[in-house]
Design a protein around this ligand. Structure first.
Ligand code: XIL
Length: 352
């Protein structure tokens, strides 16, 4: 708790309920508010007033859709370009929101010079310097970081399946320990997260990925790495059921190792869903409802964030454009900022 600033609000709310006479701690915790937020795109943040207003209306948290990725921050080895994250942080502060950090070590969104890093010594030096500089700049301002993003290979199975990256090639799995230890040393208050996708659906592949991630977390814990939470990216395939029992078991297994969970990049990939709007929106909302219920049956996530807020600005069509010409509808607000059933599903859970 002590380390997690935005969890403090939840703790305070729980305490308030206890003081009001609730005797069952679990019931009290179930009623506390979960911070809700969204990934923010830099262009519209500067240009679209309706977008800014929607963010202020619905969100307690923001995270940059880009900006803190190496490709944005590190055009060359000696430059740190903080314009985007500084802009988002100023917006968050002006409006009483918190900002999450995404991300410090990822195989993707790397500039060419960083992809050319070789050898253990050079890799460790670059990774450490990067984390010290970036986490250090936002010390006390960013209470939660996706330290490592997508550590697992796409087809990961128990005990095997580290994703190829500059970091993994030079340092092996140890790069994750190094990243976590470095972040913790720079800002002891911050929530340290490893974040991954493909954990939620009722498929053998997702089941294998959950087991692989649990094994990784166990090894990190055994080596004494400071890990606070696992992030479900939750880019949910709309045509697949959520494995509610599997997700609940996974969350329970993490909690038994004292590792929290949060939802970091929620949206529903709707390219294979029916075209009709009401039908599509209802399925999207049901996937979200099922995932959140599966998590909440075990514990409160420390936050819930969607990857974008409005269908107007979403990454989904980059990879999952519908081939019937209808626009994607993966997010809680329509492209004109009207709440959809997905928003109701979220609000039913986060309260307030
Ligand atoms: C995506 C952004 O949304 C895009 O705008 C960008 O071009 C590419 O990256 N998983 C992640 C995010 O962890 O960083 C990705 O964001 C989406 C998938």
């Amino acid at each position: 708790m002590r380390r997690r600033e935005f969890v403090a609000a939840t703790a305070a709310a729980t305490l308030a309920l206890l003081h009001r006479g609730a005797t069952d701690g679990a019931a009290a915790a179930g009623q506390a508010k979960i911070p809700f937020g969204a990934a923010v795109r830099d262009g519209p943040l500067q240009e679209d007033e309706a977008y800014r207003q929607a963010l202020v209306k619905y969100c307690q948290l923001v995270v940059g859709e880009g900006g803190l990725k190496w490709v944005d921050l590190r055009p060359d080895p000696s430059t740190f370009n903080f314009h985007q994250p500084d802009r988002l942080l100023a917006f968050a502060r002006r409006n009483g929101m918190k900002m999450r950090g995404h991300t410090l070590a990822w195989y993707a969104a790397m500039p060419d010079w960083a992809n050319a890093i070789t050898g253990a010594a050079e890799a460790e030096r670059e990774l450490t310097t990067h984390i010290e500089t970036v986490v250090g700049r936002y010390r006390g301002e960013i209470p939660s970081w996706d330290v490592v993003n997508e550590a697992l290979s796409d087809d990961a199975k128990a005990s095997v399946g580290l994703r190829d990256s500059v970091w993994a090639a030079a340092l092996g799995e140890r790069y994750i320990d190094i990243a976590l230890h470095t972040a913790r040393a720079v800002d002891p208050q911050v929530q340290l997260v490893i974040n991954d996708y493909g954990l939620e659906a009722a498929t053998e592949k997702a089941k294998a990925r959950r087991l692989a991630l649990l094994d990784l977390v166990r090894r990190l814990r055994d080596r004494g790495a400071p890990l606070d939470a696992v992030g479900f990216q939750a880019h949910l395939p709309g045509d697949l059921d959520i494995d509610t029992d599997g997700v609940s078991q996974f969350v329970a297994d993490l909690k038994s190792m004292d590792v929290d969970v949060l939802v970091t990049e929620l949206d529903v990939i709707d390219d294979a869903l029916p075209a009709e709007t009401a039908e599509r929106d209802a399925i999207v909302a049901r996937r979200v409802q099922d995932l959140l219920a599966a998590i909440l049956s075990v514990t409160q996530p420390s936050a819930i964030l969607t990857w974008g807020l409005t269908d107007r600005y979403t990454w989904v069509p980059i990879w999952y454009k519908r081939n019937d010409g209808h626009p994607n509808r993966p997010l809680p607000l329509t492209d004109t900022f009207e709440p959809k059933p997905m928003m109701q599903a979220i609000q039913a859970v986060v309260g307030g």
